[in-house]
Ligand binder design. Structure first.
Ligand code: MLT
Length: 294
């Protein structure tokens, strides 16, 4: 029997593995958001499974040097993230964040509140999606899901990914236009959504210089990783009106008190279905590796 340390994977369905919350000499570790960077890698470790898409909570280089493969779960939470992205898109288009804040501040009788609502609602005039252009940066499983859903909503979609896989290209709706650069997407889109992993190449990808060339009044959605976007540049672009709204899945001090930022607490994959899909996919991969060496 292999030792798999499975923190938080309480619904792991395979009986052939011993599940333990704490093990000192694991053959493998399965994890979700815990950070392994300061972990003293035990000599027994043979594989790591990440129940999610991103692997930036794992020292992949250090693992590789020791010959320890890291398995993730690409696509297993794509639907969950897509749904949250669409929620963010609707929220931004219809000013739901500030409108909700406004409503929460109303007091008095129902009649008084409704009167105040009618008087105040002009500031929450939004825009509709059909005919608007969505720019998708990163066409992996999540980006493709978002692009296809936007097409179904009547949006025009322009996508960019220099490393698109055959599978993603195959799954992408025919009407999605392919761009040649990030700048091309930023210049063309009314709404931009980011779906790239955080790497040395993508850190700070959306910065002041890029935002300066973006379409005026753009909505920026970031459900990928906080580090892909330069927060100071975003604040400046919001102040200048270059960005209309920034919707992200990461709170940040820079956005405190702003009504033009909707910042969620990294809940993109927080559905029961996604948690299970990711856990099973990562565990399956680790099990296969331990059993077959592949
Ligand atoms: C992912 O990398 O899969 C998502 O960001 C969700 C998560 O980190 O759990």
């Amino acid at each position: 029997m292999n030792n798999i340390s499975a923190r938080g994977l309480d619904r792991f369905p395979r009986e052939q593995f011993e599940i333990a919350s704490e093990m000192s000499n694991p053959d493998a570790v399965l994890l979700r958001s815990a950070k392994l960077h300061d972990w003293d890698i035990p000599d027994t470790l043979k594989a790591v499974g990440r129940a999610g898409a991103g692997v930036n909570n794992i020292p992949v280089d250090a693992m590789s040097k020791r010959g320890i493969p890291v398995f993730n779960a690409p696509g297993a939470n794509a639907n969950a993230v897509k749904e949250l992205v669409l929620g963010g898109l609707f929220m931004a288009a219809r000013c739901m964040g500030p409108a909700w804040e406004f409503s929460r501040g109303l007091t008095g009788t129902n009649a008084e509140m409704n009167q105040a609502a009618e008087a105040g609602k002009k500031q929450f005039t939004g825009f509709e999606l059909p005919g608007r252009t969505l720019g998708v940066i990163g066409l992996g499983a999540i980006g493709v899901n978002v692009a296809n859903a936007a097409m179904a909503l009547g949006m025009r979609v322009i996508g960019y990914d220099p490393q698109i896989t055959v599978r993603s290209a195959w799954n992408l709706e025919a009407g999605v236009r392919r761009a040649h650069s990030v700048d091309e997407v930023l210049a063309a889109a009314d709404v931009v959504t980011l779906h790239v992993p955080e790497t040395d190449d993508t850190r700070g990808l959306i910065n002041g210089a890029r935002l300066a060339g973006s379409r005026e009044g753009q909505v920026l959605l970031n459900f990928a990783r906080a580090g892909i976007v330069d927060e100071t540049a975003v604040v400046k672009a919001l102040d200048q009106g270059r960005l209309r709204t920034y919707v992200c899945d990461f709170p940040a001090a820079a956005f405190e008190g702003r009504t033009d930022v909707i910042a969620l607490p990294h809940i993109g994959a927080s559905t029961n279905e996604a948690q299970e899909n990711c856990a099973v996919m990562a565990a399956d991969e680790v099990r296969d590796y331990l059993e077959t060496g592949n």
